[in-house]
Design a protein around this ligand. Sequence first.
Ligand SMILES: [Zn+2]
Length: 102
Amino acid sequence: MIHIQNPQPDICKAKTFHCPNCQKRRRFLAEHTEWYGWKFTCLTCGDAWDDMGDRFGRPFQRGWREAAVADARKRLKLCLEHKARGGGIGRKHGQGTRRQSR
Ligand SMILES: [Zn+2]
């Protein structure tokens, strides 16, 4: 049996950085996933970097940039909707988690 792991980001937001590929300031989708760390996807060119500044591999596929941008925009929309609803992503900290010591 193959178990496909599909971890959901626990933090995600829109960020603006200088994109090394576009050579311009661009909007990025920033996603943080437990164990995997940060992933920053440029919403213009579709390239992605991790928090060490290493670029993720590019698929050998025609039109992958368009697909990567569309996917990143979709994930950003989902994540912002989740936030608006107070769902699993972007949970509030320090509420109901503090334990009385006695
Ligand atoms: Zn870019």
